[in-house]
Write a protein that binds this ligand. Structure first.
Ligand code: UD1
Length: 459
């Protein structure tokens, strides 16, 4: 990650998220939809946090407690009626009183625009640092299809002199492909004065933040333009946009994973989360899903068709194919988790093995223990979860059921097919299954009773 030049001036950031996002057709607020396992607005806040702002304020609409909860402990201010981006910033006036001074910076960003790179933000800060210092820095981009966006009008030096929204633009302005990305960095001493002068005399009857450009020029304040690649500017308005943005983020995450020393055998089939942490020489085979909260240490191999979330995998472990590791799983060093094995809230210590068809939930499995094929840790009694403690060097034979809570001492052996309901002392052999009876010629007599009926049926 690029180091951000920490701005010398006090900085507040404002994230606008009061819009309803109707085109998502969702009961959930738009900014809570997830990219790489993380809500849109968290991507924006994480990016802005790199600037080390002294204050962060999120503007939400009324009745958005779930957004407030998702961004906690960030401060939220409610915009009662969505009367435009200018009004949305205006409602932060009291919250940002300390920043309404010359030489203080206020950066406005949108909660639904999560793809900016840190270096693009850094360019904005650098533009504000240039002499003569501009009071307004606007983020622009060249749009392949500019319709819908505000167009940036430039003076002879290329600095913005006005921004005209698409709905208010005439044919000449609509022909301009330089569009407003939405990010603005404004001198705090000017911001609220200009916001107070906004008027909703436009096609949408809104208070436009974009009118600041014209007001700045009117007041002889300097403006500057920073251009971003169009890919970074994309806002998420619909499910289709969400899918496009997801693809962009996944491409970046995969590239970062490989740059960090992981092998992705078929990168496009590996889904990563924003917080995935991969060590060196990790190998991920094709078709793997890595959900939030996964840490994978050096030299781990994740084989195809695994689903992982909320899990720590320590060095040298082998997982899969077809393993499901759920939150709270800790896969110790050199552990082997094989096909159709599910692990939840359980720690497997160094060198333990569960190679086939097992469920290990709410448990600790000691070093070097072998969990046989078909073993089930029966952790739930219909009302509560219970814990199993299995010591080191234990051998659990195939198709055993450990009915929690039980403790199995070090070096114990559990016979295949056992249903273990009581503790097993160290080095004991536990057998808990029905005794086998062999009935002499029983198979022959059984066939003799059934065969005639089958023959008659076959005609
Ligand atoms: C805005 C810009 C436009 C730019 C485009 C880039 C204005 C007037 N226009 O237009 O120049 O090209 O973004 O995507 O700024 N919001 C509030 N309260 C409101 C209205 C909006 O919080 O009253 C928030 C929304 O939740 C969203 C952001 O502001 O996060 C942008 O709003 P949106 O309606 O998407 O702006 P556009 O009309 O696309």
């Amino acid at each position: 990650m690029t180091l951000m030049p920490a701005t010398q001036r006090p900085l507040a950031v404002v994230v606008l998220a009061a819009g309803k996002g109707k085109r998502m057709k969702s009961a959930r607020s738009k900014v809570l939809h997830r990219l790489a396992g993380r809500p849109l607005i968290q991507h924006v806040l994480a990016l802005l946090a790199e600037l080390k702002p002294q204050e962060t304020v999120v503007v939400v609409g009324p009745g958005m407690p779930e957004v407030e909860a998702a961004v906690a402990p960030q401060r939220c201010v409610v915009q009662e009626n969505q009367k435009g981006t200018g009004e949305a910033v205006q409602v932060t006036r009291a919250a940002l009183a300390d920043f309404a001074r010359p030489g203080h910076d206020v950066l406005v960003a949108f909660g639904d625009t999560p793809l900016f790179r840190p270096e693009t933000l850094a360019a904005m800060v650098a533009a504000r640092d240039a002499e003569p210092r501009p009071d307004l820095v606007v983020m622009g981009f060249r749009a392949a299809d500019p319709s819908g966006y505000g167009r940036i009008l430039q003076d002879d030096s290329g600095a913005p002199r006005a921004i005209v929204e698409h709905k208010d633009a005439g044919p000449e302005e609509r022909a301009i492909d330089l569009c407003n990305a939405g990010l603005m960095l404004v001198d705090g001493g000017r911001l609220f004065d200009w916001l107070g002068q906004l008027a909703p005399n436009n096609a949408q009857g809104e208070y436009y933040l974009t009118d600041l450009a014209g007001l700045a020029v009117r007041d002889g304040a300097g403006t500057a333009l920073v251009e971003a690649p169009e890919e970074e500017v994309m806002g998420v308005d619909s499910r289709a946009d969400l899918a496009v943005a997801e693809a962009v983020i996944q491409t970046r995450l995969r590239a970062a994973a490989m740059a960090g020393g992981a092998t992705l055998v078929d990168p496009t089939t590996v889904w990563l989360s924003a917080d995935t942490r991969l060590g060196r020489d990790v190998t991920i085979q094709p078709s793997v899903f890595i959900g939030p909260g996964v840490t994978i240490a050096d030299e781990v191999e994740i084989r195809s068709f695994c689903h992982l979330e909320g899990v720590a995998i320590e060095s040298g472990a082998i997982v899969g194919p077809f393993a499901r590791l759920r939150p709270g799983a800790v896969i110790g060093p050199e552990v082997h988790i094989g096909n159709f094995v599910e692990v939840k809230k359980a720690t497997l210590e160094r060198g333990a093995k569960a190679n086939h068809l097992a469920y290990i939930g709410d448990a600790k499995v000691g070093a070097g223990t072998n969990v046989g094929a078909g073993t089930i840790f029966c952790n739930y009694d219909g009302y509560a979860k219970h814990h199993c403690e299995v010591g080191p060097g234990v051998f659990i034979g195939s198709n055993a059921a450990l009915v929690a809570p039980v403790t199995v001492g070090a070096g114990a052996l559990i016979a295949a097919g056992s249903t273990v309901t009581g503790d097993v002392p160290a080095d004991a052999l536990a057998i808990a299954r029905g005794k086998q009876t062999n009935i002499r010629d029983g198979a022959g007599r059984y066939r003799a009773t059934r065969q005639p009926a089958k023959k008659a049926k076959e005609g």
